[in-house]
Design a protein around this ligand. Structure first.
Ligand code: SIN
Length: 279
């Protein structure tokens, strides 16, 4: 595999002629590259929906994907679709988040495959949460190590949020009040495969903090959001059809830009089940 780093911080492009033909050793190497580089771009792939399901399962079983109606023939696949006629409706993934971090066992990896890409816009950004952690002062690290984050999909998928999602004619996002459930995860986690420490934080789903004086919670949430998404920890990908991007949800957050009103954008997403985040 030919590996080219994409920034000085994280991300790599990996050239493989056909990812479907990797043997077990190849998949193990690719998995190790995703854990190491956190976001891996594989250009020029040719993946039908069943190919993607099969490839994804080689990383592990599919994780549950609540609130979003999957592809009718392939329950493990979400079609991330914005039609040209949807205009400037809120797009799926249009806020910094880590996929389903509100679950007890959030996904380990996400695979996103580009089908139809606007002539400009619709890029995806990722932020490395290991890089953000590394850049903290010793004092700040000590302070954050004792903090627990309260994850919830309340402000994304509870009933009150339904109107936000109804502008997408090609996706059926069904909000319900299970989104009000909360899950506690350490703010600082150790990656189960690399052992590296990272901030497990995203502003979309982390709505409260435990272990912080009440008056400091709001300012600390705002600070964590601004710090972890600072430009120096980010990578931006301009999609082409046939790009497959695999990322590590345990050490990144991401954001789908919504700057392509009037154009169609379609990508297929699968998520791989993960484990309970641990410190
Ligand atoms: C997502 O948040 O999983 C979708 C990202 C994208 O559409 O770029």
């Amino acid at each position: 595999m030919e590996v080219k780093r994409l920034t000085g911080v994280f991300g790599a492009e990996v050239r493989i002629s056909d990812v479907r033909r990797l043997d077990e050793e190849g998949i193990a190497s690719l998995r190790a590259l995703v854990c190491e580089h956190e976001v891996v771009v594989l250009p020029g792939q040719n993946l039908g929906v069943s190919d993607q399901v099969e490839l994804s399962r080689r990383f592990g079983p599919a994780g549950p994907a609540p609130f979003i109606e999957p592809s009718p023939d392939h329950p493990e696949v979400i079609k991330v679709l914005k039609q040209a006629s949807d205009g400037d409706a809120f797009n799926f993934g249009g806020a910094w988040h880590s996929d389903f971090s509100f679950q007890p066992e959030p996904p380990s990896f996400t695979l996103l495959f580009a089908i139809d890409i606007p002539p400009y816009g619709g890029d995806t950004l990722w932020a490395s949460m290991t890089a953000a952690w590394k850049h903290l002062s010793a004092e700040k690290k000590a302070e954050l190590l004792s903090v627990t984050a309260v994850h919830t999909a309340r402000d994304a998928y509870s009933r009150k949020m339904q109107p936000l999602h109804s502008g997408l004619s090609g996706m059926n996002i069904v909000c319900d009040d299970t989104a009000n459930d909360t899950e506690l995860h350490p703010l600082v986690v150790s990656h189960p495969e690399t052992g590296r420490q990272a901030l497990f934080f995203n502003r979309a789903y982390v709505r409260d903090l435990v272990g912080v004086e009440p008056e400091r919670v709001g300012p600390l949430l705002d600070w964590l959001h601004a710090f972890t998404t600072d430009a120096r920890f980010t990578l931006r990908h301009r999609w082409s059809p046939g790009d497959l991007v695999i990322w590590d949800n345990r050490s990144t957050q991401h954001y789908a830009l919504n700057d392509y009103a009037g154009f169609r954008r379609e990508l297929h997403r699968t998520t791989v089940a993960g484990s309970r985040p641990g410190s």
